[in-house]
Design a protein around this ligand. Sequence first.
Ligand code: ZN
Length: 255
Amino acid sequence: MKRPTIQTLSFSFALLALPILAGCGEPAPAPEPAPAPAPAVEAQKPIVSEALTAEQQAALTPDAIIQQFKDGNARFLKNDLTMRDHTAKVRSAAGGQFPKAVVLSCLDSRIPVEDVFDLGLGDVFVGRVAGNIVNEDLLGSMEFGTKVMGSKVILVLGHKHCGAVVSAIDNVKLGNITAMLAKIQPAVKKSQDFAGEKVTSNVEFVDHVAKNNVRNVQEEIMAKSPIIAELVKAGTVKIVGAYYDMETGAVEFLN
Ligand SMILES: [Zn+2]
């Protein structure tokens, strides 16, 4: 290795010395101000760190779960959400799951189901598909959620300004979307009794079709799943329809 010459050494010293010299004569920098004390936490809510247990699931009735959905949405509207320790909940849920309900929602990105009902990890199964329709796979998922896993409510959640419903009314044809929209068509036909203008620019008509779609899907679950129909007849499971207003965040229960 080449030894440094006197010239390179003195050049390096000059570089090092420059900032020191530049700082000479300047006043010492003011000390950092002490950090402000943390504001007092007002009425700290308890932090939920446990996922639903088998005992808690068993103790719930379908009506109590429906009430919990309503209460959760009321908290969502007030921005009074439950404090959750998600990291701890991940660990507590790892051993198994005992969700209280199955929610069938639209694919729409503006309806984060757990947020809208102030729910956490392990609380509900969520199936999402454009237009919140059912097919064999979703019915199988619902049978798994209820018959196998013990959930006691199936909540079909439609919503305002649903693009899938609008496309079904406009009879859009495109790739696999055509077959998907065909599942919403019965709701469009059912809505021909609507008194006003039956066009997609009429928000009230779109709402009417979307709510009929929710009702149709509820009936379809009963008609196409003997397993769920039996659970409903026994009073073990309830199927409810609901409608999310994305302008207000409110969920209207349809039945
Ligand atoms: Zn939608």
